[in-house]
Design a protein around this ligand. Sequence first.
Ligand code: SF4
Length: 389
Amino acid sequence: MIVHICCSVDSWYFLTRLKEKYPFERLIGFFYNPNICPRSEYLSRMIDAKRCCDRLGIDFLEGEYDMDAFAKAARGLENEPEKGARCATCFEMRLERTAKEAARLGEKRFTTTLLMSPKKDLRQLEVVSKEIARARDLKFVFEDFRKGGGTQAAFALAREKDAYFQNYCGCAWGLIKQRDAQGKIAVELICSIDGAKNAATAADLRLKAICERARRENEGEKTRLYKTKIMEWRLLSGGLTYGQTPIACDIAPYSASLAIKSRLVGVGKGVARFEKAAGFVVARSVADSANVRAVLRATLGLGGDSDSGLGNVDITPIFVVDDLTLSDLMLESVKNADNAACGSTTVASGDLSYDMSSLVSNAVITATIVSAFCEAESLATEFATGVNS
Ligand code: SF4
């Protein structure tokens, strides 16, 4: 029998009961859930479901993760509530694929751990599944193990087995609705626009913890998953322009939202100073963050490789800094700006070059940052491993 697996929480009890009820049946777990978003969350659930099957001695297969196909199937149903038409489509897609896998393997019966989930409409699942079974000449095994305290027993068993308890059903639309209702941000769905410089998302951290646990368990260690909270910061948009011309820059992680439109009064060697004391911008090579350090060092007259003299200022790729205390830097930059204005100094910045003297003469620079902080309570359930000795 092929058993569609949705997650480990619903699987532990369902598979255990299924084994008891069908002792002579070979069970094959089939994890096919392209509805789960983002991919890191999908992987967390997949790894934990495999762990459950492994422990129960059940073969495990993973289907393809085709999120585009799911998005197409759900088109027009994005605003449906849970248990509505989008969920029916979601069940249909997952169970249709499971039935196909059953046929491919020559199995005659299939079922799903979705039947264990208290949030799913059993009638909806039954109708969809039986229709698929009829069309493929298979049998859908309908089991209601939720009855008679089964739901509570399932949760207790999943806890005992230290399963990963996800905190949303799976798809982006369900998640958005859920978080809206809670007054929280669906932060898992916000992509970073600045790649590696953004902090990892809560979903990334969960995956990391689950992979770590798998590794430790493979090495024979005892592990425990536990929830922690994190502060999550996302850069939603940001940039620096001179007139219509974008200037290469990076924005420091954890920068607050900021909008500056200001005339430059000082600039030199890539360091610019605004007439308003609102902030600083360092234009720099996008590709080479080491260049920023070199520029700052030169500007401040610092030699060597040490960061001494730069105080607590984070000079990793950046920069709009709105609480700058670097008066030395400011003075130095003005001095350099004077030099630049006298000559025709051009500061190369990656593939771009700026004629800084023309920048000084009539520069109105616009800098914007739109960032989102999510309060610890509002987002993050990070899971981390702890070893019980
Ligand atoms: S809420 Fe859950 S069941 Fe419904 S469409 Fe989204 S992932 Fe599928």
